[in-house]
Design a protein around this ligand. Structure first.
Ligand SMILES: [Zn+2]
Ligand SMILES: [Zn+2]
Length: 561
């Protein structure tokens, strides 16, 4: 921390988001209590977000945890609210830097254990399974889970009691009176916590712009049963594997229409395994494997597929390309997208839909029929939550800046006395009087790059972006007694040519320009390999810009001969 502030901290709780405040994804929230030198911390959720065209080669992005890494000895635990990737996906990647116990409810713990095993951490990381609605102590924190509803089993809010006061961290939630799987929102606990007095509520902002309510999973069920009943050919339902209630609904819709279910995609198998481990999906017939399903009559099978977001490696994309080993779809068949388009994924999804349409497959989305509901609270649900919890301060998280601002303003209209918009790295001091940003912690992003973890500012990323727009040229030379031996050797990657001007001609012209630049060097300078490299590099770059109109990355290698 750079600036000094009040150290009389017995009556304050510190909240530091390192991810998820100013973006939807990679949630990581820190809560601290105690005097600065000995402040004890817990991490609530530790998630990932996903790369895009601006991060070539990077699929997984995580919060920069420098701030808490430097205080790892003061870190007591990681507590997970639920098993979505944006809440737990980074734990296994970052655990070696933090080395603290992990707390999760059974379904989340099952999936966490899988991840720890993948990273060879099973024996090392202590994973504590906690019951739904349980209350437990970690350091100065008296923690209690509150059962909520969301789009995955076992979503928990977290009541954080400290000697300074109480904070309600909602995690992701909606209010579903009939969630199909799991209990509905624990209204009693929320009202009780409101009566007890909530200093601050740190709350989901995802759907703050959407009026009304998200709607119940039970409504989706009725529609999906009807829709599947209308189909004569094969049916594939694309949904998020983690949405077990939706999988349950899809399986129910299949069986109600005399179809057996075949899972397609690795995460479908992984999640249904986790669901069955906690007693879900037990009432249904066994799944049919892909090979066997291929022999079923078209109107007797329903495929449950991953890939609703157009992910190129997922099951549905491979089916659309006709590249799936066991599953084919064509004329008369139907794909039901029981999901929404996540902003940023439009292109991939539309490409996928066009491919399927090209095969004669009919497509049904949430625009055509009511076959999806969101897992996040819309405005009426937010109002309801504020009425139950009655916090003194609203701290919106899980949103882009526009969501956070709208949520803060909305909370005030609901009568919340104070609202504060956090950002990743904000050090927020919360007392019974209110809350203020008192400092700024380092924050940023970490990229999973193969087996390495690098920071978003890493030179490699800058170079990679550059290479992707203007290619690369290498110029090699042997230098002896201040003279180039056998001229220059140039190689190019990602550099185009033209019908009337091929790549060899371009490289020859670049070589000529580089040699001319070399000849303009002073006699003594020409003996300096490093100086020659720099002159050749710049000359090639300049000439490429002149001829081609773009500046490629150029490497010069000069060896003594
Ligand atoms: Zn989330
Ligand atoms: Zn979630």
């Amino acid at each position: 921390m750079t600036r000094k502030h009040k150290t009389n901290d017995a009556d304050a709780v510190y909240f530091v988001p390192l991810g998820g405040s100013g973006e939807i994804g990679m949630n990581l929230n820190l809560y601290g209590y105690g005097p600065e030198e000995d402040r004890e911390w817990i991490i609530v959720d530790c998630g990932v977000t996903f790369g895009d065209l601006s991060t070539p080669g990077i699929d997984i992005i995580m919060p920069d945890i420098r701030f808490i890494e430097e205080r790892a000895h003061q870190l007591k635990a990681i507590v997970l609210t639920h098993a979505h990737e944006d809440h737990m996906g980074a734990v296994a990647h970052l655990w070696r830097r933090l080395r603290c116990p992990i707390y999760a409810t059974p379904f989340t713990a099952y999936l966490m254990r899988d991840r720890l095993a993948e990273h060879g951490l099973l024996g090392e990381a202590a994973l504590h399974e906690i019951g739904m609605s349980s209350r437990f102590n970690i350091g100065p924190f008296d923690l209690q889970l509150v059962t909520l509803t969301h789009s995955i089993p076992e979503p928990n809010g977290l009541i954080i009691r400290t000697p300074a006061g109480l904070i309600l961290h909602t995690g992701d939630w909606k209010i579903d009176p009939d969630p199909v799987i799991g209990a509905s929102t624990d209204i009693k606990a929320l009202e009780a916590v409101g009566d007890e007095g909530v200093m601050a509520m740190v709350c989901d902002s995802t759907n703050v712009f959407t009026p009304g309510e998200a709607g119940s999973e039970a409504g989706v069920r009725d529609n999906l049963v009807k829709l599947v009943g209308e189909q004569k050919g094969k049916v594939a339902i694309a949904a998020f594997a983690s949405n077990v209630a939706r999988l349950d609904t899809a399986i129910h819709a299949a069986e109600a229409n005399g179809r057996r279910v075949c899972l397609v995609g690795r995460s479908m198998h992984r999640i249904t395994g986790a669901a069955k481990s906690v007693g879900m999906l037990a009432q249904y017939q066994d799944f049919i494997d892909e090979e066997e399903a291929a022999y079923f009559p078209a109107d007797k099978i329903l495929y449950l597929c991953t890939g609703s977001q157009g992910e190129p490696r997922a099951a549905l994309s491979r089916i659309a390309e006709g590249a799936h080993r066991n599953v084919t779809l064509g004329q008369g068949d139907c794909v039901i997208f029981s999901s929404r388009i996540i902003p940023g994924n439009e292109r991939g999804i539309f490409e996928l839909m066009n491919r399927l349409a090209g095969r004669g497959v009919s497509l049904i989305t949430e625009r055509d029929r009511h076959i999806h509901v969101s897992g996040h609270p819309c405005r009426d649900e937010l109002a309801q939550m504020y009425a139950w919890a009655r916090p003194n301060v609203a701290i919106p998280v899980h949103g882009e800046l526009r969501h956070l601002k709208e949520h803060a303003a909305y909370a005030k209209t609901l009568g919340v006395p104070h609202a504060l918009e956090p950002f990743n790295g904000a050090v927020i001091r919360i007392t019974r009087e209110g809350a203020a940003i008192v400092d700024e912690a380092p924050a940023g992003r970490l990229y999973v790059d193969g087996k390495f973890i690098i920071s978003d500012g890493h030179e490699a990323m800058r170079e990679r972006r550059k290479l992707s727009v203007a290619g690369h040229i290498t110029v090699a030379a042997i230098l002896r007694d201040g003279a180039l031996q056998n001229g220059l050797d140039l190689r190019a990657m990602g550099v185009p040519d033209r019908a009337d001007y091929d790549l060899d001609a371009l490289l020859d012209d670049l070589a000529d320009a580089a040699e001319a630049a070399f000849k303009r060097m002073g006699k003594r300078e020409r003996r300096d390999e490093a100086a020659v490299e720099e002159v050749l590099r710049q000359a090639v770059r300049r000439e490429a810009a002149r001829i081609w109109g773009k500046k490629p990355a150029v490497d010069a290698i000069v060896m003594a001969g």
